[in-house]
Design a protein around this ligand. Structure first.
Ligand code: ADP
Ligand code: MG
Length: 598
């Protein structure tokens, strides 16, 4: 066969493979065109997963009638004024979307500019111009896409169910809406008005209002606002508390200069920022806006414009890490309301309906509980028997209680199952997992003291000899210096043992032998190229686990209250070292709901 240049129509179909993967990619391109036209209102109508029809309607500048046929030509764009690809300020610039879409569907564009009295309607069917005629319309543009992939059926095979395609369209709609709070957006799927985001024009807090609209009020309440900058880079947004984590990263929204993008490196930077506060395999949520000079980022990497290349990623990584880490640390003990809501659901569903519905449900009137009576009060209970089984920790009514109640974590009222502290605040109650909380306190204190070079150690009265496998013994001796800096003084002792002479004072009466074995095991499974900081962190983390109060240890009132007061001033104290929450709050409102008072 001879070499020939392919017809325009085929070229468009090939390029459509990159731009128009599925209905949601069309939604993205059309909405971005509407944004570029300075619209203040954009409406998206979807039918049948986008395969029946996709309509995007805006009140933007419109397309001049003499230019409308150019809009569907390949590489025709109004957005690159001075042919400079280094300065791209509009969302579009490649002039590929409309020709690609029109080559795999029936596309009708109806548009009118302020200078035109009438609108122009222009239809292209699978790459061939159908007609151009006069129509009526307000200023703005409507693009209607039907018969998608009808002539390229191979594409249909790659699509998911109609329901899944609908939700992908919804996802991309929300993603774009998050970055343009000044534009009002409506989403109508199969005739149903699903989302209606108001225009946040004239409001100072337009961005937070839009994020609240998209995430929902409850999730938004569990987010921390961030705002920081470094040289020419600025980072704003809202990030979720570590306890609000998800099995995938799909709720991480990322924008570079207001363009929604995906970026592996940024994903890893976010992950690193949460590394000590979130369980393995879980992902934080957040909406992050990174702004930087256009010449420091290349958006022309892929036709879908969802990937970018940075000129200096290290600076961005540093900005993300420091901003997120300090925001998470500052949020400290902030208790998640989403978790509390989960608990309420459990109270309602699991505990009551499953286990006790037999007693209270009217359908069960004939069951064995029908004649249920309260048992006679046991006389013995009035005697001193009770005193033989005192509550685990009896908290004396204390004059300081009133004062403590106004603290965020309240006044400790007692200990349950020698594991949980229950405290009273002005507007609710809080349950605290004493081990999880104390573990974080010891960790942060060790880290801080280590940083300041002030980790004191205590000499063991009787040095502890620990038998180890030779590989573990070697790894400990290799790390002897790091261990020493942390307060552990160890030496080789015979063939298969080491002797521990000093341990960090913070560890109290921890089980040193088990701790050292654990540290040895941890160090031996860590990759060899891991940084010293990471090694130190892992030793500190293990030590904190051993050095903290165990579940099962009875605490008195002042111990409990001092734990709560310390949590309030310790960074990251809302999660233990493994990312589990340390406390859970039930507001009086929630409690009233539980009892049906609300
Ligand atoms: P690009 O957005 O990369 O320029 P497109 O193929 O998406 O390429 O669009 C081609 C041109 O059509 C745009 O440059 C713009 O001039 C015009 N256009 C498309 N959609 C709209 C719209 N909704 N409002 C105004 N102009 C539009
Ligand atoms: Mg475009």
């Amino acid at each position: 066969m001879t070499i020939r240049v392919l017809p325009e129509n085929i070229i468009n179909q090939i390029s459509a493979g990159e731009v128009v993967e599925r209905p949601s990619s069309i939604v993205k391109e059309l909405i971005e065109n509407s944004i570029d036209s300075d619209a203040s209102q954009i409406e998206l109508f979807i039918r049948g997963g986008g395969l029946e029809s996709i309509i995007v309607q805006d009140n933007g500048s419109g397309i001049p009638s003499k230019e409308i046929s150019l809009a569907v030509l390949r590489h025709a764009t109004s957005k690159l004024n001075d042919d400079n690809l280094n300065i791209i300020s509009k969302l579009g610039f490649r002039g590929e979307a409309l020709p690609s879409i029109a080559s795999v569907s029936e596309t009708t564009i109806t548009s009118r500019t302020q200078n035109d009295k009438l609108a122009i309607m222009f239809k292209v069917s699978h790459g061939e111009i159908d007609y151009q005629k006069v129509a009526s319309r307000e200023v703005g543009t409507t693009v209607k896409v039907t018969s998608l992939f009808q002539k390229t059926p191979a594409r249909l095979k790659f699509l998911k169910s109609i329901k899944a395609e609908n939700s992908l369209c919804k996802e991309i709609f929300q993603k774009i809406a998050l970055s343009h709070p000044n534009i009002a957006f409506k989403l109508i799927i199969n005739g149903k008005h699903l989302l209606n985001y108001s225009s946040q024009f004239n409001l100072n807090n337009s961005l937070s209002n839009r994020v609240k609209e998209v995430l929902g009020e409850k999730l938004f309440a569990d987010c921390i606002e961030i705002n920081s900058s470094f040289e020419n880079y600025s980072l704003r947004g809202f990030i979720g508390l570590p306890t609000i984590n998800r099995p995938t990263s799909s709720m991480q929204y990322l924008y570079i200069n207001n363009r929604p993008i995906r970026d592996k490196n940024i994903f890893y930077a976010i992950k690193a920022a949460y590394s000590e506060t979130i369980p393995k395999g879980r992902h934080p949520i957040g909406v992050l806006y990174l702004d930087l000079p256009h010449d420091l980022v290349d958006v022309n990497v892929h036709p879908s414009k969802a990937e970018v290349r940075f000129q200096n990623f290290q600076k961005i990584r540093k900005l993300i890490l420091t901003t997120l880490k300090s925001a998470i640390a500052k949020a400290g003990f902030k208790v998640s309301s989403e978790l509390s809501l989960d608990i309420i659901k459990k109270f309602n569903v699991t505990n009551f309906s499953n286990q006790t519905s037999g007693i209270i449900s009217p359908q069960n009137q004939n069951n064995k509980y029908q004649n249920f009576q309260w048992p006679e009060l046991d006389e013995k209970l009035h005697n001193n028997d009770l005193m033989d089984n005192p509550p685990f920790a009896k908290v004396e009514e204390n004059i300081r209680d009133r004062e403590f109640e106004s603290f965020p974590l309240g006044a400790a009222k007692g200990q349950l199952h020698s594991t949980y502290i229950i405290s009273e605040t002005k507007d609710g109650i809080i349950l605290i997992d004493q081990h999880a909380a104390h573990e974080r306190l010891v960790l942060e204190e060790m880290k801080e003291n280590y940083k300041q070079g002030q980790l004191s150690s205590q000499i063991l009265l009787i040095p502890e000899v620990i038998n180890l496998k030779s590989i573990e013994k070697n790894i400990l001796l290799e790390n002897q210096e790091h261990l020493k800096k942390l307060g552990f003084e160890i030496e080789s002792f015979g063939d298969e043992s080491i002797i521990v002479r000093e341990v960090p004072s913070l560890l109290g009466h921890a089980n040193i032998s088990n701790l050292i074995k654990d540290v040895a095991e941890e160090l031996s499974i860590l990759e060899t190229q891991i940084s010293i900081d990471d090694k130190i962190n892992s030793i500190i983390s293990k030590s904190a686990c051993y050095g903290s109060v165990r579940s099962g240890r009875i605490l008195n009132a002042s111990e409990m209250n001092s734990l709560l007061r310390k949590m309030e001033i310790t960074p990251n104290s809302g999660q233990c070292n493994h990312g589990r929450p340390t406390s859970i709050k039930l507001s009086l409102n929630d409690i009233e709901k539980l009892f049906g008072r609300r």
